[in-house]
Design a protein around this ligand. Structure first.
Ligand code: ADP
Length: 456
């Protein structure tokens, strides 16, 4: 099976969140299933392809080929989509250019794909173009289009005035296609024009068909329900594995967890926190967005920081930068705030902390809870989306702490429950051993994607 995989971020080339992790791992897992996979992404600043051709760069890694679409005017910027002040105003132009180029380069390469697999609104247009502008092109005659929604809250909404820039006929600007309350909605267009749509966990696939989680697209998704499914994300254990991780202080594994305590002490020292094995160290690695529960975390910190230690790594809304900075000034010995994107600190948080906070208001899948397990760090999560599918409460013989009502009080209660168990060293060690053996590898997930491609 020939697959063209399109994504606006792919680890290790460019990353702002989980989409990059998935796009970095899934193509290799598909190749292991026997698929021929070409990955397409923009040529951002700092990416150095192995070879350069007019219009694109090329790198081969293992069985997968990567094509980096070049347009310095659009992609040679400091960030991928925008700054904390807001999105780049020409994002429609940037990703429409990207999407058209994918189809043109496929033709140039004479690689007529069985499946175009696009991800989120940024590459939705590849599917739309394939089904409209290229509809009668023999080259794509047998091509099916698949779209994965990694987060329904980001839809690529633009003013109607920009419509002519897309190069689509005005026939597509209606409620059945990509019009959304008088504006352009690229994700909606992607959903409508794709043969199969999936999201990244079974629970989120159900939730997005309801008004509470559908972000206005619940009707469109319900209509698509026969062609909509949920496939749980997985973790790349070549990247996230304390046994081989060169970014942490001391390696460890589920067979021998002793060095986890060493990581904790060294990290406390590096961060300027009190070095104390008995202090409960809570970590968070996240986009600082409303979605991630940073509002209820902020409300809880005054209480938590008097008793426990907290380390947060994240960038995002300026509003939360300000709130957190204020708290960091107040609790110097118990709060480490790192307002940046930093792979090394992220790995150290997973390795060193006792618990990982993931109180997301909603969560399509979430990778951090699965990464935490591997590093013997216990997730504390809100019962929503992919967190329902991956975290079962300790009370029910699972490996995490779950709270059901989205509130700072309930978050605090679940943290205090974890603290009670943490104080019982024997029980805690058993729990760490258990979760570090959980397996969320890509193999089974890749098989499910292959099945979905066949169904498309
Ligand atoms: P989302 O994709 O919604 O942001 P996920 O939990 O699916 O959330 O994936 C987040 C990924 O991004 C994880 O690999 C996490 O470690 C990483 N990440 C998020 N923020 C940062 C940051 N500030 N520095 C380093 N890694 C980060």
């Amino acid at each position: 099976m020939k697959i063209a995989f399109c994504s606006s971020e792919v680890f290790p080339y460019a990353k702002t969140g989980g989409l990059a992790d998935v796009s970095g791992a899934l193509p290799h897992a598909l190749a292991c299933e026997g698929a021929q996979v070409k990955v397409f992404m923009p040529l951002y600043k700092n990416i150095k392809p192995q070879k350069n051709f007019p219009g694109y760069g090329f790198t081969k890694k293992g069985d997968v080929e990567f094509f980096f679409i070049k347009n310095d005017n659009y992609f040679l910027r400091d960030a991928l989509y925008g700054t904390p002040q807001g999105d780049y105003p020409d994002n429609l132009e940037r990703f429409s250019f990207f999407s058209k180029q994918v189809l043109e380069i496929l033709k140039k390469l004479k690689f007529s794909p069985d499946v175009i697999h696009s991800n989120d609104w940024q590459s939705s247009l590849v599917n739309m173009y394939c089904k409209t502008i290229y509809k009668n092109d023999n080259f794509f005659k047998n091509t099916k289009c698949v779209l994965t929604i990694h987060n329904l809250a980001y839809q690529g909404i633009f003013e109607k005035e920009k419509y002519p820039l897309l190069g689509l006929s005005w026939d597509c600007f209606n409620m059945q296609c990509l019009e959304f309350y008088g504006k352009i909605n690229l994700l909606k267009g992607g959903i409508v024009f794709s043969d199969m749509v999936n999201t990244v966990s079974p629970t989120y696939a159900k939730q997005i068909q309801t008004p509470d989680y559908g972000c206005g697209l619940e009707g469109v998704l319900r209509e698509k329900r026969e062609r909509l499914c949920g496939i749980l994300n997985a973790i790349d254990y070549q990247v996230w594995n304390p046994k081989i991780d060169t970014l942490i202080y001391k390696k460890f594994s589920s067979q021998d967890l002793e060095n986890k305590a060493v990581n904790k002490k060294m990290f406390q020292k590096e961060l300027g926190l009190k070095v104390d094995g008995n202090a409960l160290l809570l970590g968070m690695v996240t986009r600082l967005a409303e979605q991630k529960g940073i509002d209820i975390v902020s409300e809880s910190l005054d209480y938590l920081l008097k008793k426990h230690q907290v380390v947060i790594l994240g960038v995002g809304d300026e509003k939360y930068h300000k709130i957190l900075k204020k708290l960091a000034g107040k609790y110097k010995k118990s709060f480490s705030l790192n307002l940046k994107f930093d792979e090394a600190i992220a790995h150290r948080i997973y390795a060193a902390c006792d618990c990982f906070l993931m109180p997301s208001r909603f969560e399509p899948c979430g990778l951090s809870q699965m990464i935490s397990y591997k590093y013997a760090t216990i997730p504390i999560v809100h019962h929503t989306g992919g967190l329902v599918d991956t975290v079962i409460d300790v009370h029910l013989k699972g490996g995490g702490f779950v709270f059901y009502k989205y509130s700072s009080d309930d978050l605090i209660t679940s943290i205090e429950r974890s603290h009670s168990l943490f104080k019982n060293k024997k029980e805690w060690d058993l729990l760490l051993k258990k979760v570090s053996r959980y397996n969320f590898s890509w193999e089974a997930t890749a098989e499910k994607y292959m099945e979905m491609y066949k169904k498309s």
